[in-house]
Ligand binder design. Structure first.
Ligand code: GFB
Length: 316
């Protein structure tokens, strides 16, 4: 890797540090010799422009990792379209513009693989963005995230800012959301399998047909890739961050049941949405830049499950 932006001695604001990705970035930055800046939600509402500008004026970060976002699984996206569109637009517009006003040297914005067109050719290369219609269950979130990527590009072009974007795949890791109504699939399956095991239930039910495929990446891998890009990438096009492999939801359910130790039946519920059938990204660009993932899905799920079980046991 050729370092073009050394982090040692820099003041780096991780916006969204309590979230799953933001907290992983904070952990990863600990070994970079930089000063990590964070601010809690009750002190700064990222949806309020005046508050964001006042905070950044006094905090004066050299760099910003924009990991703050309203996120959720397939059902939450479908149920709260206004919140997903409005909150994400406000957060990213406020932070990116405030970073420009205060001469922030480097900013990294995060998109998501679900914002590519629904029928994009697989594996999805970076150039596929905006080439076709979006997946209806998350188009509100997608429109907001596409606007964020475009903002980083626009400030690069108009003001020569070194603002970049990354496109992570479906993520899982410590601190995930286990609320079944709003979570993503992997934590939902951990919870379902765990509860079925301890109540000696004979089955769990997964949403949809079980046939869609998803590509999963552990947040520690994602954070490592983000720090890699922060230090070594400066370009207008976003960069995909994935594991390079996908798995059907049914096979994921089998894997999670093995990890949890639940031996019952796995039933499907086709009345729930499948969402997009496949969104495997091409990892060619990031690999050429010099980064590859290290945590495989089984090992990563096992560590996440251990942490989940520990929390549940101590909460009792
Ligand atoms: O993780 P998930 O909610 O998000 O769902 P998406 C992935 C797949 O798992 C879908 C199925 O086909 C779901 O129907 N699934 C099976 C379940 N059982 C469950 C369950 O118990 N809970 C959940 N949540 N899913 C999201 C986007 O799409 O991807 C977001 O809506 C975001 O905007 C995220 O970008 C990464 O992969 O379908």
């Amino acid at each position: 890797m050729t370092v073009i932006y050394p982090l040692a001695g820099k003041r780096i604001w991780v916006a969204g540090h309590r979230g799953m990705v933001g907290s992983a970035v904070v952990r990863r930055l600990a070994s970079e010799g930089c000063e990590v800046l964070t601010v809690d939600r009750n002190q700064l509402d990222l949806r309020r422009q005046a508050e964001v500008e006042a905070w950044i004026d006094q905090a004066r970060p050299n760099a910003v990792v924009l990991a703050a976002a309203k996120v959720g699984g397939i059902l939450a996206n479908d149920n709260y379209p206004a919140d997903f569109l409005y909150e994400n637009l406000m957060i990213e517009a406020n932070i990116i513009h405030a970073a420009h006003r205060t001469d922030v040297e480097k900013l990294l914005f995060l998109g998501s693989s679900c914002i590519y067109p629904k029928e994009a050719p697989q594996p999805i290369a970076e150039g596929a963005l905006l080439t076709g219609p979006l997946e209806p269950t998350n188009e509100w979130y997608a429109i907001a995230k596409i606007a964020g990527i475009k903002l980083t590009q626009a400030y690069r072009r108009q003001y020569r800012r070194d603002f970049i974007s990354a496109m992570p795949t479906n993520l899982y890791g410590p601190g995930d959301n286990y609320d079944l109504a709003t979570s993503h699939v992997l934590p939902a399956l951990i919870r379902k399998a765990y509860e079925a095991k301890i109540t000696s239930a004979d089955h769990i039910t997964i949403w949809g047909t079980g046939t869609p495929r998803r590509e999963f990446l552990h947040t520690d891998d994602c954070a490592d890739a983000l720090v890699f890009l922060l230090k070594s990438y400066s370009g207008e096009e976003h960069v995909n961050i994935g594991s390079g492999e996908d798995i059907t939801i049914l096979n994921l359910a089998h894997l999670i049941c093995e990890v949890v130790g639940f031996k019952g039946e796995i039933r499907t519920d086709p009345s729930k949405p499948d969402g997009t059938m496949r969104k495997l990204m091409s990892g060619k660009k990031l690999k050429q830049l010099g980064w590859t993932p290290t945590i495989n899905l089984r090992a990563g799920s096992a560590t996440v499950y251990e942490q989940f079980a520990l929390h549940v046991e101590t909460d009792r």
